[in-house]
Structure formats: structure tokens, C-alpha cells
Design a protein around this ligand. Structure first.
Ligand code: S3P
Length: 167
């Protein structure tokens, strides 16, 4: 039988990629980061894509990438922070995968992303306000998308162990 994918979901900075790498190593599954997949495919960073083409075009690329990756099996996939806020992507990933939300408070996100400049949506003078607004808006969508919710406000290894205990 084909092994289902595991899709890690959650807000920017929740640890999707770091935990994903660990989880893949521990389970022997392959790992792919959705943003890195897009960056490789188009030869540009996410920031460059936003700058040159705008967010709507990035979302199209993201949707295509979600379709392409969900055609594979047995992978740990770190989604982008916006990916699972779109029902279409949730449906695509659900066909052969389980979605796991890394849940953590916005205060932890703020601390983790204090000096980050790689997230175009937060690269603005009112970063903290924008972050909180986006967090409030998205959290219910993540919870709706998720099959399983784990506590993301922990060390990557702890989060990985918690995920392994519930999958
Ligand atoms: C985004 C999150 C980013 C990246 C892009 C948009 C978002 O991924 O996909 O900047 O809409 O939250 P990370 O969650 O890996 O930072």
C-alpha cells in the first residue's frame, strides 16, 4: 500500500521546515519544502517572486507546486504559511496525506521572526501589527485544515517526537 504524505502546516516561523527535516530523518521518509521547491523550479527566491510578480502569481505557483507534490507518496512536506489557508490546496493535499498543524502563540512567532527579512508579507514597518492580524485571520483556517494539531511551541526535536507519537 502507498504511504500517505505528511503535510506540516502553520504560521511563518512555527518550525515546519526544521521539524520536517527531523521527522523525515526519523521516519525514513523523503522531505520536501514547498517554498524551496518553488524557488528551485523558477530559479528565484520567494522574495524575488513577490517583488517581481506579486503575491497572486506566487499563489498560483504555490497551487501548482501543491498539485505536483501531492502526486507523490510517502513524503514529509513543509507547506508555506499561506498554503493551507486555501481550500483548494487543503483538498489536494488531503487526497493522499495527513495535515499536521504546528500550533504556537503569536508571541513566540514574533520572537522567532524578530530579525527575519525573508518573509515578504512581514517586511514592513508595522511588522508586528501585520503579523498579529494575519495570525488571527489564519489560525481558524489552519485548524479547519488540520487532521492533527500538535504543540509547536517546543524544541524541534520535541515537536518531532510528539508528531511521531500521534501518526
Ligand atoms: C508565506 C509564508 C512563507 C512563504 C511566503 C508566504 C505566508 O513560508 O510561503 O513568504 O503567506 O505565510 P514560511 O511559512 O515557510 O515562512
Amino acid at each position: 500500500m502507498k504511504q500517505k504524505n505528511i503535510i506540516l502546516c502553520g504560521f511563518m516561523g512555527c518550525g515546519k521546515s526544521t521539524v520536517g527535516v527531523l521527522l523525515a530523518k526519523k521516519t525514513g521518509m523523503a522531505f520536501v519544502d514547498l517554498d524551496s521547491y518553488i524557488e528551485k523550479k523558477y530559479g528565484m527566491t520567494v522574495s524575488e517572486i513577490f517583488e517581481k510578480f506579486g503575491e497572486p502569481r506566487f499563489r498560483e505557483m504555490e497551487r501548482d507546486a501543491a498539485k505536483e507534490l501531492s502526486a507523490k507518496n510517502g513524503m514529509v512536506i513543509a507547506a508555506g504559511g499561506g498554503t493551507l489557508t486555501f481550500k483548494e490546496n487543503v483538498d489536494v493535499f488531503r487526497t493522499n496525506g495527513r495535515i499536521i498543524l504546528l500550533d504556537l502563540p503569536v508571541e513566540t512567532v514574533a520572537k522567532r521572526l524578530e530579525n527575519d527579512t525573508t518573509r515578504p508579507l512581514l517586511n514592513r514597518p508595522d511588522k508586528l501589527t501585520a503579523m498579529k492580524e494575519l495570525y488571527e485571520k489564519r489560525m481558524p483556517l489552519y485548524k479547519e485544515a488540520a487532521d492533527i494539531v500538535v504543540n509547536g511551541d517546543d524544541s524541534p526535536m520535541q515537536v518531532c517526537i510528539e508528531i511521531m507519537s500521534v501518526i
